[in-house]
Design a protein. Structure first.
Length: 390
């Protein structure tokens, strides 16, 4: 028997324009959606899949690299209040033993979420599902480190074997020009782990070879890679055509990319080819505390300036905007015609990139994870596993 949402949620659901159907529907669900049936409901609000964020280094003062399992669960609860239904704690370049320790912490947090899901109140307490880790290093170019430490490794030999022996990776960023990278991409994807091209100094041909080997995403396109040049198009030249098999992940916060570039990427790739990621870091949402914050497991001079996290020398170190804030930048004048596109770039495309079929969409047998937005894309309610967060 389906569990009815709380009465407050039912009142809100009477005025929903759902995604992706072109007309309102009535939704019956418990943890997963049971049915979508046409109904005569007035328009007003928008129901979309809960957001999936593939790149979160931290937020609210919690840093993934130094967090405990309990910290990650607390962060998951806070992210859920922003509409995030699922996420990947992101690990930057570090010694392999540090990455292995963090893998154990994330595995423990996932186990705790799974165990808690058996309780009757789980849907109200769990927060955003931790799907696994995004390893943004160590297989990156020493020429395109960004805010990463200079500890990059070639994706081969013992280093690759140790990474493949971890329990939690769901996405790994690789520079395809590194020695052994193409073979590593094939091996990693054969283990059911998605690969993204990023922190790379690759040529056009090297990036194209990475996509041909199985990479299915570009990590924060334009950032930590060569700029697009008319005689040296590089990885951006591979990522922009609509036919590219790897989606373009972008940070649309106004700092990592100029708004005009965001629109160029969106128009070039279309809604099916773009993924929004926040790349948030611990200082995001935490306020300033003497200008110091934990980043990458260490106390640094990272601060939030100009809408993004920066090192003291101005180098970008991550994002500060939420998924919904970035969505408003892409759709400053939102219309009902944009509804399907918004659901794709904030949830559906990320789920498909990870090979997940029961998230990121509103359809029978998909998880009942929703966000309810008003006409101005302000968050009105969040549903996780069929329960409204209160």
């Amino acid at each position: 028997m389906s569990i009815r949402p709380p009465s407050r949620a039912l009142r809100r659901l009477r005025a929903i324009a759902p995604w992706p159907a072109p007309r309102p529907v009535a939704i019956g669900f418990d943890t997963h959606i049971r049915a979508l049936k046409p109904a005569r409901i007035g328009g007003g609000d928008y129901l979309l899949p809960g957001f999936l964020d593939l790149q979160i280094n931290g937020a609210y003062g919690i840093d993934v690299m130094s967090a405990t399992a309990g910290d990650l669960l607390l962060l998951a609860e806070r992210l859920a209040r922003e509409g995030v239904a699922a996420w990947l704690p992101t690990v930057i370049t570090a010694p392999l033993e540090v990455i292995e320790r963090i893998d154990g912490v994330v595995a423990a947090a996932i186990a705790m979420q799974t165990e808690a899901a058996r309780s009757a109140e789980a849907g109200r307490r769990l927060g955003a599902t931790i799907l696994g880790t995004h390893l943004e290093g160590p297989f990156i170019s020493p020429r395109r480190l960004g805010a990463h430490p200079p500890l990059a490794l070639a994706p081969r030999g013992p280093a690759l074997r140790r990474i493949l022996g971890l329990r939690t990776p769901r996405l790994i960023t690789i520079a395809p020009e590194l020695d052994g990278a193409l073979g590593a991409i094939r091996r990693i994807t054969s283990h059911g782990i998605a690969v993204s091209i990023g922190h790379t100094d690759a040529t056009f041909a090297q990036a194209a070879a990475g996509v041909a080997a199985g990479a299915r995403m570009f990590t924060h396109l334009f950032n930590a890679m060569p700029p697009l040049h008319h005689r040296a198009p590089g990885p951006i030249g591979v990522a922009l055509p609509r036919a590219c098999a790897a989606r373009a992940a972008i940070i649309a916060d106004g700092a990592h990319l100029d708004p005009a570039v965001v629109q160029i990427v969106y128009q070039a790739r279309g809604p099916a080819g773009v993924i929004l990621t926040t790349d948030r870091v611990a200082p995001a949402g935490a306020g300033q505390r003497g200008g110091q914050a934990i980043f990458g497991g260490a106390r640094t001079g990272v601060t939030i300036r100009g809408g993004a996290a920066r090192l003291p020398d101005g180098t970008l170190a991550g994002g500060a905007a939420t998924m919904l804030e970035m969505a408003r930048r892409i759709f400053p004048e939102f219309t009902r015609d944009d509804l399907s596109a918004l659901g794709q770039i904030t949830a559906g495309n990320a789920a498909e990139t990870l090979g997940i079929r029961d998230r990121g969409r509103i359809a029978p047998r998909a998880r009942a994870d929703f966000v309810l937005l008003d006409r101005n894309l302000s968050l009105k309610a969040v549903f996780l596993g069929g329960h409204e967060l209160t």
